[in-house]
Design a protein around this ligand. Sequence first.
Ligand SMILES: Cc1cc2nc3c(=O)[nH]c(=O)nc-3n(C[C@H](O)[C@H](O)[C@H](O)COP(=O)(O)OP(=O)(O)OC[C@H]3O[C@@H](n4cnc5c(N)ncnc54)[C@H](O)[C@@H]3O)c2cc1C
Length: 506
Amino acid sequence: MLSDLDELPLYDLAVIGGGINGVGIANDAAGRGLSVFLCEKDDFASHTSSASSKLIHGGLRYLEHFEFRLVREALAEREVLMVKAPHIIRPLRFVLPHRPHLRSAWLIRSGLFLYDYLGKREKLPASKRLLFDAQSPLKQDIVLGFEYSDCAVDDARLVILNAIQAREKGAELVTRTECIAAEVVNNAWRLTLKQSQNQYQIRAKALVNAAGPWVEHFVNETLKLKSPYKIRQIQGSHLIVPKLYDGDYAYILQNEDRRIVFTIPYLNEYTLIGTTDRIYQGDLQQVDITQDEIEYLLAVVNLHFEHTLTQADIIETFSGVRPLCDDESDQPSAVTRDYTLAMTLIHETVPLLSVFGGKLTTYRKLAESALDELSVYFPELQAQWTEHEPLPGGEYFKSLDGLIRGIQLRIKNIPLDIATRWASSYGTRVWQLLREVHSLDDFGINFGYGLYQCEVDYLIEVEWAQSVDDILWRRSKLGLKFNNNEVESLNDYLQDVLGHQQSKIA
Ligand SMILES: Cc1cc2nc3c(=O)[nH]c(=O)nc-3n(C[C@H](O)[C@H](O)[C@H](O)COP(=O)(O)OP(=O)(O)OC[C@H]3O[C@@H](n4cnc5c(N)ncnc54)[C@H](O)[C@@H]3O)c2cc1C
């Protein structure tokens, strides 16, 4: 139902897109006193922001492309984000096996020296040289290497935590709601939103286009304007295989084409292998790994490790599209990973800010820059705040082990794997999940692999979960374990609860 202009709610800011950039901007803006609306057409983090290599990193290889601004900012952000969300971000050491015909030891040492000192680094240890012995999982002819620090993150949860915080700061965020049109009427944007079969409208003084891979399409097709930049859609894919080696190290493998591939310890039992860089022209809604990418990733790993992987080892794959700002580079891997914010003024006073490119790692700085750009239109904007305030679950967080022990004390006989997963997913917000749970008897239905009704209800109530994939692939990674029957029984429960909720609203 479309209404009269005067009846429509008027926000300061409307944000399109519930990936890390949209949610990060919404969160920052809400905390600075703006009234904020955000719509996401699918689920939070359902596209690029859950298909990353899951690293908070400076980007060692970007030094070769002279991206010093980006690397400096990203290196410093590691330390900020580790403190803001210590439950979902952990330090990780990276081992770089030396392959002299690709890059000289001198070049690597110089790069690592820059990496150690270009950005602020207080918590993470510096790089060092390594000699591999017979225990090394690498091929025996690889004897020299280097070690340096970055961090691993649960990418989808980083998005969800920002969404929760934005809501707590007063923003209104809706999922499964697509912005299908927007135009400027009477000095404000009027957005038409489609939620299931219904349409409704809202107004906003400023519009942020954080549609990720759809950023250019949104300007050209939805707003019927001309996009200030083009994007390069670069697909990147990953494999998940059983743990390839012992020890909590990631490896950064140099390939003959001068690209690099990571092997990253993942969820205790697995190794994550990625990524690729290929120009993508297919359907953005459903991005799948190609056979060439599978073979490429296996070949790079098999070139380095004693243990040979085959396709039969692959448990799962996932792919995403990087929405990179087109800098006309010849090679997909050389296109800048830095972000560009483009301001378009409609009728000279109504702003549209579009986000091109960006990294998970720099989302907070990107949001600050976006708010800087918008500050001219909002003189009442309050001061920056995101650097020091923890994300939900990071408040009063002392250590993961301490929190796990706390959960074990509260719930007698709780299996360790559940306590560990809860502590590292929810941080200190686990006490909210456990508000009415005092013993194992209060857990409710067991859906399998430590997923109980109390957690599912929390995810529906607090984290916008509406489907099996929301729960099994983004808010947790239990999808790696569930079989079809288990998925179906979870789905039946969700239908029951959400159908019931909807009929209550009706
Ligand atoms: C393979 C790969 C590996 C990566 N690894 C890393 C890494 O290790 N570390 C790192 O820092 N970065 C990494 N990145 C980069 C990082 O993942 C992305 O920069 C980031 O996730 C982009 O977020 P976004 O919010 O711009 O886009 P998205 O996450 O795609 O969000 C955009 C959202 O907008 C929504 N949307 C679009 N149109 C509309 C509309 N009309 N109405 C409502 N909603 C709409 C979409 O549904 C989508 O959810 C990687 C990227 C890839 C692809």
